[in-house]
Design a protein around this ligand. Structure first.
Ligand code: 6PG
Length: 253
């Protein structure tokens, strides 16, 4: 474990969700105290589902200031907003339709745009409009939630993709034809490593034995970043927390 990285192992997916909820609340508390708003980027895939459900169930406790929360996503698949593969659709059903986030503070990636490059550009502009005073090179999200694939990808930063090597933009397009993409094999739009690494807090939510090898490779002291993309996630001035279940932690115990 390095100084800026915390690794917690919990019994199962519910334990990971139970540990994630207070981490979100703490990031929100710090953000609101400092900037009167909380900016979060939600993870896609299936793993975050229990965490989103728990956050929705706990919303009446007032731990998360949903009314002053700006909601973004780490990545999106280029499918219609109501498509079963849409990350935004999953988050709306599990969380956003159940908490009082004002519509104008929900900033989905316009992945339904015919041209993914236009969608990526619009999303980058929105991030800068909402988060950054004019001139700040890389705006800072308060919290980025991330998942991890068995190949070590996170968001849509897959091995061998150009997005993984992007150093200037905040948002990049991943073409369905690029090597290393996992299903659904559609165009994707993703935050770049630079955008993620500017975050104040990053929380990885990882469950399941099929992720154990990737967890071990990504957390290892040495390894190939290009082969295990999540190794690229190391914020210059932020905290990285890994919330694992026993199965996903099997190769680091
Ligand atoms: C996506 C996610 C992706 C996901 C991992 C893990 O759009 O699919 O951004 O990075 O977090 O693939 O997916 P599961 O949680 O479904 O295992």
């Amino acid at each position: 474990m390095t100084a800026d990285r915390v690794v917690e192992v919990h019994a199962d997916a519910d334990g990971v969700a139970e540990a994630a909820s207070p981490r979100v609340a703490e990031a929100a508390r710090r953000a609101v105290a400092a900037r009167s708003r909380f900016a979060i980027a939600l993870a896609g895939g299936s793993t975050p589902g229990p965490t989103y459900t728990r956050l929705a169930e706990e919303s009446r406790r007032g731990d998360v200031p949903w009314e002053t929360t700006e909601v973004f996503w780490g990545d999106e698949r280029c499918v219609p907003a109501d498509h079963p593969d849409s990350n935004a659709r999953m988050a709306r059903k599990a969380l956003l339709d159940r908490v009082p986030v004002p519509d104008e503070r929900i900033h989905p990636i316009r992945a339904w745009e015919p041209d993914p490059e236009v969608a990526a550009d619009l999303y980058e502009r929105e991030i800068r409009r909402v988060l950054a005073p004019v001139g700040e090179r890389i705006p800072r999200l308060d919290l980025v939630l991330l998942g991890l694939g068995p190949d070590g990808h996170t968001a849509s930063l897959f091995p061998g993709t150009a997005a993984l090597e992007e150093e200037d933009r905040l948002v990049a397009v991943v073409r369905a034809s690029e090597p290393g993409l996992r299903p659904p094999r559609v165009e994707r739009i993703t935050l770049t490593p630079a955008a993620i690494n500017a975050a104040r807090t990053i929380v990885f939510l990882v469950t399941g034995g099929e992720k154990a090898g990737a967890v071990a490779a990504v957390l290892a002291e040495r390894g190939e970043d290009a082969t295990w993309p999540a190794r690229r996630i190391h914020p210059a001035d932020g905290e990285v927390v890994w919330l694992l279940d026993e199965a996903a932690a099997a190769e680091i115990r």
